[in-house]
Write a protein that binds this ligand. Structure first.
Ligand code: GUN
Ligand code: FE
Length: 457
């Protein structure tokens, strides 16, 4: 195998391959051959191949001489996990601060720690350890929220690039309704510093292959109209849209404060749209208490929803009605919302999305609100790819996409008691992984064909 983070030559994997074809179809190919080019592109996915040698020599002569990996019987390839919403600076607070509601949590825990990233050494220390851990947990793409400091934001971009994680990164903008000094001096400074991060990210990755810039108003209650208008203009970027990541309709109190700050609008989505902030590269976190107008606009503008079930439960925000969003054709992905949620493992987000949907069934008696196994896997991989507007590049193993993948092993010691008598049931093995697995099963993590983490590295 190629050394960590280095360009590999051509690679062929032979064995079980699992990925989402659609919300209802989770494809499991027990004897597949998957070829990856030197640039990390998936060149072929053959569904039924007799052996690894056949895969290379017989069907794909130009892969003769490629590095061949034959998976063991209890191993499979699974798409890299996509986290559509994670607050990088809040990482040290994971598992703390669950006593209060959103407002209390923000003021008691979040504002003080975010303000502390004025010290860029802290950013280097925390973000290096965080990105390393995120890759071990199989998050190959992450949409990060940062802080009001462009230096710390640029440091995060450097670290993701160095460690090989695909990321969407921007400086957070806050002017009002914040505490502990966690706000910026002026509209002008906020906008100027936002562009410093956008420009910096473009300078380190001009083609946007791995790191993409992002405009980040914290939410409607934190950015007054003149700041929102300026940020919207930056996000529109003369027609070449830049990603947006922001909070929307998390609690009823937050909605009231947002609309009080922007009295010209009667709904959260209408406000973002009016400023030019709701478009096909927009990631809207939470979207729990939506009006009809909000949903119509999310759909119309092709904006995506980051569903953060762990966070929404911890802060008692409410339950996002994922079924309704999916039925309307709105893009939905999963987020961990570290540190309002206590886990940054996307498999945890899948489990919690399943549970939250089941609680909705309990409250309403409407069975259709329940998310299926196929759906939760889709949300954590393909759905996430759609929400971050990279579905032409990642999310499953379609030919032409980048090879962002996990080599999962449910044959390890810690899983043996669970897997036991289901060794020959492909579907059971995948369910055991999703509901019972942890990073001990993640033997290798690939981003763009490069080995970047995993227990085998
Ligand atoms: N609303 C505004 N800021 C935040 C944040 O950092 N986390 C969550 N969960 N909600 C927010
Ligand atoms: Fe958040």
């Amino acid at each position: 195998p190629a050394p960590m983070g280095h360009k590999s030559g051509k690679q062929v994997f032979y064995g079980r391959v699992v990925h989402s074809k659609s919300l209802t179809e989770l494809e499991i190919l027990p004897r597949a051959a998957l070829g990856v080019t030197e640039t990390g592109t998936i060149a072929f996915l053959d569904s039924s191949v007799a052996s690894a040698t056949d895969a290379c020599k017989k069907y794909h002569p130009d892969f003769d001489g490629a590095t061949c990996t034959t998976l063991e019987p209890l191993q499979f390839l699974f798409p890299g996990l996509v986290d559509t919403h994670l607050h990088a600076p809040q990482w040290p607070n994971l598992a703390l601060g669950m006593e209060g509601d959103l407002k209390e949590w923000l003021h008691n825990y979040t504002d003080p720690i975010e303000a502390s990233y004025k010290n860029n050494e802290k950013a280097e220390r925390v973000y290096s350890a965080m990105v390393r851990r995120e890759l071990e947990l199989g998050t190959t793409t992450c949409a990060y929220n940062s802080t009001i400091h462009y230096q710390a934001t640029n440091t995060l971009a450097d670290i993701c690039r160095k460690q090989g994680q695909r990321a969407i990164i921007g400086k957070l903008c806050i002017l009002i309704n914040s505490t502990h000094g966690n706000w910026e001096d002026s509209v002008e400074k906020s906008l100027e510093d936002e562009m410093k991060s956008v420009d910096y990210i473009r300078s380190i990755d001009p083609k946007g292959e791995m790191i993409l810039p992002c405009i980040q108003p914290r939410g409607g209650a934190y950015c007054p109209p003149d700041l929102m208008a300026g940020l919207g203009k930056q996000a529109q970027n003369g027609g070449e849209l830049i990603h947006v990541q922001a909070h929307m309709c998390e609690t009823t109190t937050d909605i009231k404060e947002a609309l009080k700050t922007h009295p010209k609008y009667s709904s959260y989505a209408e406000m973002y749209k009016a400023y030019g902030m709701l478009h096909e590269k927009s990631i809207m976190a939470h979207c729990i208490h939506l009006t009809e107008t909000d949903m119509d606009l999310l759909k119309e503008q092709k904006a995506g929803v980051a569903h953060n079930p762990n966070s929404n439960t911890c802060l008692r925000d409410g339950e996002c009605r994922v079924r309704e969003l999916l039925d309307r054709g709105i893009k939905v992905g999963l987020g961990t919302d570290c540190s309002a949620g206590y886990s940054t493992f996307i498999l945890d987000a899948m489990r919690q999305a399943s549970n939250v949907s089941r609680h909705l069934v309990i409250h309403t008696g409407e069975e259709r609100l329940k998310l299926s196994f196929e759906e939760i896997v889709y949300l954590g991989t393909m759905g996430g790819a759609q929400v971050v507007a990279l579905d032409d590049k990642i999310g499953n193993f379609e030919v032409g996409k980048q090879f962002d993948a996990l080599l999962v092993d449910v044959g390890i010691e810690s899983m043996s008691a669970y897997v036991g008598e289901h060794k020959d049931d492909d579907s059971a093995l995948v369910k055991k992984w999703v509901f019972l697995g942890d990073d001990r099963s993640i033997r290798k993590v690939y981003v763009g064909g490069k080995l970047v983490a995993g227990k085998d590295t």
